[in-house]
Ligand binder design. Sequence first.
Ligand SMILES: Cc1ncc(COP(=O)(O)O)c(C=O)c1O
Length: 419
Amino acid sequence: MKDAKKLNIARSLELFEQAKQLIPGGVLGARRPSDFIEGEYPIFLECGKGCRLTDVDGNEYIDFLCGYGPIILGYREEEVDEAVMKQIRDKGFCFTLTQRYQNHLAKKLSELVPSSEMSIFLKTGSDATTASIRIARAYTNRIKVMRCGYHGWHDWCVEMKGGVPEKFYEDVHEFRYNNLQQLEELMANYGGQTAAVIMTPFGHPNHQKMEEPQTGFLEGVREIATKYGAVLIFDEVRTNFRLSMGGAQKLYGVTPDLSVLGKSMANGYAISAVSGKTEIMMAAAQKLFISSTFFPNSDGYVAALKTIEILERENVIDNIWEKGNRFLKKVRDIISKYNVGAELSGVAPMFFITFKRDKADTHRARRDDFYTQLIRRGIFLHPHHHGYICYRHTDQDLDSAAKAIDEALAYVSEKHPTK
Ligand SMILES: Cc1ncc(COP(=O)(O)O)c(C=O)c1O
C-alpha cells in the first residue's frame, strides 16, 4: 500500500485565511474547501492549459472538473481566446445596442438542437433555467412546476432555502430521475395547474450516481407533459455540446418544447440560452421583461460561435466518446479488482466514481481516502461531483488517471478491507 505524499498547499491555505476576512466563508458556493477534502485539495489556482491546472503552490494536476463543465475543448484554447481578443481589440464587445452575433448563434442552435426554433441569450445557467420557467408560466398562464435535477441557485429551485420565502418555491414539486410513476402521480394531482416539467435529460443528481434514462422514461415524461398541456423543458446546461452536438435530446431521441443551454457552449465564456418552439418562445417578447446590461456583450457569442465551429470541424464529441469509452472500460476493469464498494457511473463524456453506502459508514472513509490519494497523485477528480472529459485530454493523460485510480483503490482496499 503506497500512501502518496501530501501536497504542499501552504500558499492556498494562507490565501484562504486572508479571504475569510474579505469574502463571507472565504470562497463562495461549490468551490469552498469543505466541499472537497479539507487540507488535501488546493483552494486557489494560478493557471491552466489544455487539461492541466497549476495551483498557487505550483502543484500541477490533470483536471477532470473542466471548470465545472464549461471547458469542452481545453483551458486557454488559443483559437477561441484569439477570436474573443480580436473582437475586443478590433470592434469592442460592450455597447449601447446589440451586435449581430445573436442572430448567427440563434441560427446555429436551430440547426443543431432539435427543440430549437428561436433562442434568447443570457449569461448563466441559473439565468436561463429561471427564464425558461417564466416563459412557460407566461405561455400557459399556470404556476406549478415539476422539477428533476439541479437547476441553479435562484429562488424557485435553490437547495439551501435560507433567505428564500416559501411562497417562491411552494409551487415547485420534485420528482426523481427514472421515476415516471412519481411524475404521473404528481401530474394526476396538479397537471391542470402545471406550467412546466423541467428536468435534466441525463440523470446527474448532486452527490449521487449518474443515471441514463431507462427505456421509455424520457418518452413517458414527454407524453405526460403533452397530455396535461405543460411545457417540457430539458435543462441541458451540462449536456449540451457534450453528450452530442444536439445535446442529450438528440442522443436519446426525445425533443422537449424548450431547452436550457449553457456551460460548454462557449468553452468557458459566460453565455447561456433558452431555445425552443417559436409559439412558446414568443411569450418572451410579448409578456415578459428579460434583460440585463451584460446579456448583449458579444464576447460570449463570439466564443460560442468559435467553439461550435471547432466542435464541428474536429468532430470533438466523437473524439471524447471514443477515448472516454476506452478510459471507462479500463476504470471498470480496475474497480472490479477491488472489493471496496467503488462504483463507476455515467457515460464517456461525464463519469463519476462513488462508494456504495454501508451501515458502518465505511464508504465515507473509503471515498475520502480514495480522492485524497488521487489529488496527491495529481489527478483532480471531485469526491462529490462527477468528472468530465474534454478534447485536450490525451490517451496518455487518461492512462495516467487510470493508473492513479488503480493505486488509490489498492490503498483503500488495504486500509479498509471488506470484512
Ligand atoms: C443542470 C444545470 N442547470 C443549471 C445550472 C446553473 O448554471 P450556473 O451555475 O451557470 O448558474 C447548472 C450548474 O451547474 C447545472 O448543472
